[in-house]
Design a protein around this ligand. Structure first.
Ligand code: PMP
Length: 545
């Protein structure tokens, strides 16, 4: 670890913490980055000296808070190259809200049947779901630019899809799964040639490299504070001034108005027109401090560092035959994250085992279910790096992955009840039914549970066929398998009497299994929220079925 990184790490005291007995290795930065003291000190200063609401008081504290909050807008505008300052930079709650602001302001107001929104197959749900819903409400169509096998956008397909009916191109700058850096300026040019507006989701770009919204020629550009060494609860939307001026507000209320009568209201100028109610004042000021911090380190340094770390991780993962990585190949420009899978190891189990070593990664679909379908994988494990990570930490990750591969069977065998282990090895009724009478979804986050029972009910009210689809960890899938075996052939009424069935089966090894059963056409399966407690009394996993 060189001196620069050591100095940077000192700014992040959380990196010194332990998880159990292990030193924390934080590799979940694409979800949320850690915050340096320079940023969270702002909260102490704000609440200790000038906490007040903005724009509403003539008193000194309100004035000081207002000035700092307004200047924070200028600072963030400058950070992403917006020459119009605060009038082009709206504070929102996060990237998701920024996207919704555009979806309401432009999408719902401007789109109609015959129009289309062009987006990509690698979008985060934050934009994909939003445009999907806008299309449903307006009758417009959503089109998806193809992603090729190496995680790049098919630019010929983009040129085909963007046509004279395209009202908006919505593209993610950097994919949060593939790490692909999309040619957003090139795409913006194609879209502008067809008179379409351009929205860029920069949630994974602004934290990691220098972004210039004017060089890209984006009409709108969104990003989040908590992914760029800033606080949670604040995000930004850049918008060209004339567009923000002409756009309808997203939320109504105080602050965003100019004049109100009983009959009608007029709007404040941007950005305040889009910041209804009391805004995230301390968060905004702290976000400006995060921009200062990143500029102090240097965004080129951040980008270089992340590139090095991602390349190192890719190289080392490529040495393993049973590991598959996704996105652009070694040597190509990509951001500081690597998503991968290890043969035979479920991502949730792997990340639980890594957590035992103090290593924080993320497993699942990373809010990109359609992309995972496209890649034909249920999920992936993602290690994502930031300016304070080191190659030594990547070595620890890889050692832990290697050990996990060897340990998983032993771990399951020794930690879980024999029956759970057996069903994990040999799941019964796994898969879906094509036309079930009803389905019952279950989701509970502690071991990444996400599963669904499909149930066919016969005319006499008995369960004729039952199957489950599960993207959950081993123990959760095993419990689903046990339950499905038991429920097959039962009447719906009897299902309601099953309270404690799994507890009994496991002979008290898991004493904290709690279960609520509700009878009804859609609710016959027991809604179970259980903590599985191992023999030594420690909570090891939780599951729901
Ligand atoms: N877009 C991308 C590419 C992201 O990675 C994320 C966060 N994972 C979002 C949008 C949503 O960000 P937020 O949760 O801060 O709204």
């Amino acid at each position: 670890m060189n001196e620069d990184i050591a100095a940077v790490r000192e700014d992040f005291p959380i990196l010194q913490r332990h998880v159990g007995d292990e030193q924390l290795v934080y590799l979940d930065n694409a979800a949320t980055t850690q915050t340096p003291t320079q940023v969270y000190d702002v909260f102490e200063e704000f609440y200790g000296t000038y906490n007040a609401n903005v724009h509403r008081g003539i008193h000194t504290l309100s004035h000081e808070a207002s000035v700092a909050y307004e200047e924070a807008h200028d600072r963030l505008a400058e950070f992403v190259g917006a020459s119009g300052g605060r009038e082009e930079l709206v504070f929102t709650k996060n990237t998701t809200e920024s996207i919704n602001l555009v979806a309401y302001g432009v999408g719902l107001n401007e789109l109609g049947p015959g129009d289309n929104v062009v987006t990509t197959e690698m979008e985060h749900h934050a934009s994909l779901v939003t445009w999907q819903q806008v299309a449903k409400r307006t009758g417009a169509e959503v089109r998806f630019i193809r992603v090729d096998e190496d995680g790049h956008l098919d630019m010929d397909h983009a040129a085909e899809l963007i046509d004279e009916n395209t009202q908006l191109l919505s593209v993610v700058h950097i994919s949060n799964v593939l790490g692909t850096v999309n040619p957003v300026a090139e795409l913006a040019e194609v879209a502008h040639d067809r008179d379409a507006l351009v929205f860029v989701d920069g949630a994974q770009a602004v934290p990691n490299r220098r972004v210039d919204v004017e060089e890209i020629d984006a009409d709108f550009y969104a990003f989040s504070g908590h992914k760029m060494a800033g606080p949670t609860g604040i995000g930004c939307l850049y918008g060209k001034k004339h567009l923000l001026e002409s756009m309808e507000p997203f939320l109504y209320g105080g602050e965003m108005i100019r004049h109100v009568t009983y009959e009608d209201s007029t709007w404040n100028r941007p950005p305040w027109k889009f910041e209804a109610g009391t805004p995230p004042i301390a968060e905004g000021i702290a976000l400006a401090a995060a921009a200062d911090y990143l500029d102090e380190v240097g965004m080129d340094t951040v980008e270089e560092r992340e590139h090095e770390l991602a390349q190192y991780a890719l190289e080392r993962l490529a040495e393993r035959d049973d590991v598959e990585t996704y996105g652009p190949s070694l040597g190509e420009d990509r951001s500081g994250l690597v998503a991968f899978n290890v043969d035979g190891l479920h991502g949730h189990d792997l990340s639980a085992l890594l957590d035992e070593r103090g290593i924080a990664v993320r497993a699942g679909d990373h809010c990109t279910q359609p992309l995972h379908d496209r890649l034909d994988i249920p999920g992936s494990v993602r290690a994502s790096f930031y300016l304070y990570n080191t190659t030594e930490e990547i070595d620890l990750l890889l050692d832990a992955v290697d050990d996990a591969r060897d340990e998983l069977d032993d771990h399951l065998e020794s930690n879980y009840h024999e029956l759970v282990y057996e069903h994990y090895q040999n799941p019964q009724n796994a898969g879906g039914l094509s036309n079930p009478t009803f389905t019952k979804h279950s989701e509970e986050t502690s071991c990444g549970d996400d599963g669904e029972f499909h149930v066919d009910v016969a005319e006499d009210g008995t369960i004729e066929e039952i199957a489950f689809e599960s993207e959950s960890c081993a123990v959760s899938s095993a419990v689903a398998s046990i339950l499905s075996e038991r429920l097959a052939g039962m009447s719906l009424e009897d299902v309601a009497e099953l309270d404690g069935y799994v507890d009994d089966l496991l002979e008290g090894t898991y004493p904290d299994i709690r279960r609520d059963c509700v009878v009804g056409p859609e609710e016959v399966i027991c809604e179970a929220a259980r903590e599985h407690v191992s023999g030594d009394g420690q909570t090891v996993l939780s599951a729901k079925s």
